[in-house]
Design a protein. Structure first.
Length: 480
């Protein structure tokens, strides 16, 4: 409908209108319509700050990998719109039109209210649609929590186009999905903001040292100072959020690479199928040997046997499932005879005589000995009804075990310390000949037993050993 009105304008108004009239080739009505449209846009965007285009692009780039704070999210999109996907889509289209962003958005769902599956298509400028995809995904996950939580299951991108898929799940997985797809830098940024002085100092030290700083867990460092072989389990278990023995091998290898590289314990880690290759620049052979043993122990805790070799600047770990299978057979055989301590010891003593038939003997002894030590303690625990271990119960257990193995020993227990001395050992000293393999295995059995009883709280030192040429063996055990 066209409405005709007679109006009068003074000279100043006519001069302001003149550029629009010329633009529309003298069409006064078209000029007035454009002026009205611009006034309407100005009125609609009165709360929108005008930002220089280059500054706006930089801000969008800086937002990449960060999530929008919840209070800002609530102001951007009304939380009640979650009750209708159709109204949410209409609201977004109006919002983008007001902002003059030239963004196209389509929301498809199996239901308008509390949908189980949602599909979103966003078209427009790459930087803008990435921000919108993040905001919209955050909104759907946050607003659907508690009733019908939606999880981001897929995000695909191409030039000027983003496709997002969401489906019904639980609140924990829903929140994690937003972080995985859109907020990979959010936790890092928040950590730095919460303690800027600390992180500024840490970063400066790494930069000034050309990244030769080493960052390790306090317990790992404590083990180093105590002369123990650190395992690095804590950092890996924390990242995996599950016990180390439950981590699949493929995931474990990936975590080993990430932890050892980012901590700068080694320079670089390469994973070749199931093998681990670590490059380092350590010069001390004892340090290299300790690092190698810690890696073997770490993978053993994960349930996998690895053979380790080292060169001047490289440690190579090869997966040996064949030896692992052999060890599993031996341990399983120990448990066939009704799982009694005496029967296990009989099988164990028979096995010691045939150690030289084992492949890769030195590595096998370490793993096998610890497995048997753990098994012996478990069966003794069952027979004696032991609920918790202390120095006294450990002393009693080994006095019985040693007597059955015909080992003559003396035990002195004082609070958190236990000193025991082996005067005669028929297993390792048959015919006055030291069986090095058997002796090493018994030592590893003892380590496995200690680890089962006390975990990382136990520490022991071999003060004297028949292998070293001493006339007897002496071991000091301490509890932290």
């Amino acid at each position: 409908m066209i409405v005709t009105r007679h109006i009068s304008l003074d000279k100043d108004c006519i001069e302001k209108i003149e550029p629009y009239v010329q633009k529309h080739n003298g069409n006064f009505s078209a000029a007035i319509r454009e002026i009205i449209d611009e006034a309407d846009k100005s009125r609609s965007s009165k709360n929108v700050a005008i930002i220089d285009n280059s500054l706006f692009k930089w801000m969008l780039d800086e937002m990449n990998g960060l999530l929008v704070p919840e209070n800002v999210l609530d102001e951007l999109i009304d939380p009640s719109l979650i009750n209708s996907m159709r109204k949410l889509e209409d609201h977004l289209k109006c919002k983008f039109k007001e902002l003059d962003w030239d963004i196209g958005v389509v929301i498809k769902s199996d239901k308008d209210n509390s949908p189980s599956n949602v599909h979103i298509e966003i078209k427009g400028h790459n930087q803008k649609i990435k921000l919108i995809a993040c905001i919209l995904s955050q909104y759907l996950v946050k607003s659907s929590a508690g009733q019908s939580p939606l999880e981001v299951v897929s995000v695909s991108e191409s030039e000027g186009y983003i496709n997002i898929g969401l489906s019904k799940t639980n609140n924990k997985d829903a929140i994690s999905s937003v972080i995985n797809f859109f907020g990979d830098m959010d936790e890092v940024t928040n950590a730095i903001k919460s303690n800027p002085d600390f992180w500024k100092t840490v970063i400066n030290r790494h930069v000034l040292s050309n990244y030769n700083m080493v960052t390790i867990h306090r317990n790992y460092f404590e083990d180093l100072l105590a002369g123990k072989i650190p395992m690095g389990e804590i950092a890996i278990e924390t990242m995996a959020r599950k016990p180390i023995h439950e981590i699949p091998l493929k995931e474990m290898l990936s975590l080993v690479k990430e932890v050892y590289e980012t901590s700068r314990v080694v320079d670089r880690v390469e994973i070749d199928r199931e093998s681990i290759i670590m490059f380092h620049n350590y010069r001390n052979t004892d340090v290299i040997e300790k690092l190698k043993k810690s890696l073997v122990t770490l993978m053993e805790a994960n349930g996998h046997l690895y053979d380790a070799k080292s060169t001047a600047n490289m440690i190579v770990l090869d997966h040996r499932p064949d030896v692992g299978i052999k060890i599993n057979e031996i341990v399983d055989n120990l448990k066939i005879s009704n799982s009694r301590v005496d029967q296990e010891l009989i099988v164990f003593m028979a096995f010691l005589k045939g150690l030289k038939d084992m492949p890769d003997i030195s590595l096998s002894l370490t793993v096998l000995g610890r497995r048997i030590g753990k098994s012996l303690m478990q069966e003794y625990e069952k027979e004696k009804g032991i609920k918790s271990w202390n120095m006294e119960t450990l002393k009693n257990a080994f006095e019985i075990i040693h007597s059955k193995l015909r080992i003559e020993s003396e035990w002195i227990a004082e609070k958190k310390n236990l000193l025991y001395t082996v005067r005669k050992c028929n297993i390792v000293d048959e015919g006055n000949t030291i069986d090095v393999y058997a002796c090493q295995t018994i030592q590893e059995v003892f380590k496995g037993a200690l680890n089962y009883a006390f975990g990382n709280k136990a520490w022991f030192e071999i003060k004297k050993s028949l292998i070293k040429g001493d006339s007897f063996c002496e071991v000091l055990i301490q509890l932290s």
